[in-house]
Design a protein around this ligand. Structure first.
Ligand code: NZQ
Ligand code: ZN
Length: 388
């Protein structure tokens, strides 16, 4: 394994009823709480009433910040940061999925920083001299794992860049995770989030080292869990076992544990983020289109791992196949699963303009951890291959 340091600062409260049981106590030290959420799903499914009731009973001043969109924009971050300053917010409570959680992390930092936060944080690596506002999150959809990491993926619409990095100071102080809160997620969003979980695991699994390491073993178990429980949740959206497994799979994929000792690839994420910056496409859908095609480009450079994937994750028997055939059979099984759960298989379905593909390809970051280092020309080939 490669060397590593591990820490995760988020305290997780998981399970049915956890919000009712712990929220009041967790917000205890703060007077003014910014209640931040998305487009209103929490008003329809009752989560808003439950949370606002608890805060009101605890005597909090509530500052509402709503309308956080999927793929949150930098403009929305600045709006939230201004509100947090003006209202003298003491803590932010984000209720939603990756978009709300990421936007809240970004607001927590931007509200405490005087300079140009885009240039000083998102545009360049390194430490930023700002202590973010305390943040707690209530997760309503499984997918990004944002609740237990420091990633704040933000779209700068002017610059056409969607980016984020895992910055430990942005880990939420606490995450409340009640699997029943995810029952109302529409099937399309549930499978998109489910595929995002699978993608986070694959992007880590398909990278060095290849010798025996505990992270790869954990990831095989996690991938099988995602596949099994996604199928179960499609059949019965109120299957508590399936929803709780998916919720924890999602956290496990992005709480740094499986990344220990691994190089990590995330080239598909680099490509999807730029597609998102140009087209505002759904994150999990974009990843579903890209993965099989990308893997057919790189599998020969990581052959042994792709063979392991076919055998250990998809249970494919060798049956006289050579290594390359077996590796391809695993990638085909992944493509079949994507079709089975109803995710798109072509960029055209995401509203991407073919004429823009070259510009988008040229804007993509190049991962240093992939089995085969991409060039912008090869990224364009991948985009063209999965266009229709
Ligand atoms: O906005 P509302 O009305 O709440 O509706 C949301 C939204 O339309 C809906 N939803 C959420 N919970 C629901 C629900 N609808 C009914 N019932 C519920 N319980 O779901 C829709 C999508 O929500 P969103 O938060 O956008 O989805 P997701 O969790 O997939 O987050 C995507 C964002 O996270 C970023 C993505 O790039 C994208 O911007 N990512 C963040 C990462 C991180 N911080 O670690 C890593 C990921 O790779 C990813 O890049
Ligand atoms: Zn993702």
């Amino acid at each position: 394994m490669n060397n590593f340091i591990f820490q995760n600062a988020t305290k997780v409260y998981f399970g049915r009823g956890c919000v009712k049981e712990y929220l009041s106590c967790l917000t205890g030290p703060y007077d003014t709480v910014m209640l931040a959420y998305g487009g209103g799903s929490i008003k329809k499914n009752g989560i808003y009433d439950e949370v606002a009731g608890i805060l009101r009973n605890a005597g909090k001043n509530i500052v509402e910040f709503s309308g956080i969109m999927a793929n949150p924009t930098y403009a929305k971050v600045l709006e939230g940061a201004n509100l947090a300053r003006e209202s003298k917010t003491d803590m932010i409570l984000g209720i939603g999925g990756g978009s709300v959680m990421d936007c809240c992390k970004a607001i927590s930092l931007a509200a405490r920083y005087e300079g140009d936060i885009w240039e000083d944080f998102w545009a360049r690596p390194g430490v930023i001299e700002a202590e973010p506002l305390p943040l707690g999150v209530i997760v309503t959809v499984a997918g990004t794992g944002s609740e237990c990491n420091g990633g704040a993926v933000i779209t700068n619409e002017e610059k056409k860049i969607k980016t984020g990095r895992d910055y430990p100071k942005l880990n939420p102080r606490f995450a409340l995770m009640d699997p029943t809160y995810t029952y109302s997620v529409p099937v399309k969003q549930m499978v998109s989030g489910g595929f995002d979980i699978l993608s986070h695991i694959m992007e880590t699994y398909f990278s060095e080292p290849n010798e025996d390491n505990v992270s790869d073993d954990i990831m095989e178990a996690l991938m099988k869990s995602v596949i099994r429980n996604l199928r179960a949740a499609i059949l019965n959206p109120e299957d508590y076992t399936a929803r709780s497994n998916l919720m924890w799979d999602s956290t496990m994929a992005e709480n740094r544990i499986i990344k220990m000792g691994k190089k990590c690839d995330f080239e598909c994420h680099n490509m999807e983020h730029q597609l998102g910056a140009y087209t505002n496409c759904n994150h999990g859908c974009g990843l579903a289109v890209l993965h099989p095609v990308y893997y057919r480009h790189i599998y020969k450079d990581g052959l042994a791992k792709f063979v392991r994937f076919a055998e250990n994750v998809w249970g494919i028997a060798r049956d006289g196949m050579d290594e390359e055939e077996l590796a391809l059979a695993g990638i085909n099984a992944l493509a079949d699963f994507i079709r089975e759960i109803g995710l798109p298989a072509a960029l055209k379905e995401l509203g991407t303009d073919q004429a823009q593909l070259k510009e988008i390809a040229n804007s993509c970051g190049i991962s240093a951890g992939s089995y085969k280092k991409m060039t912008h020309e090869e990224i364009l080939e991948i985009f063209q291959e999965c266009y229709d």
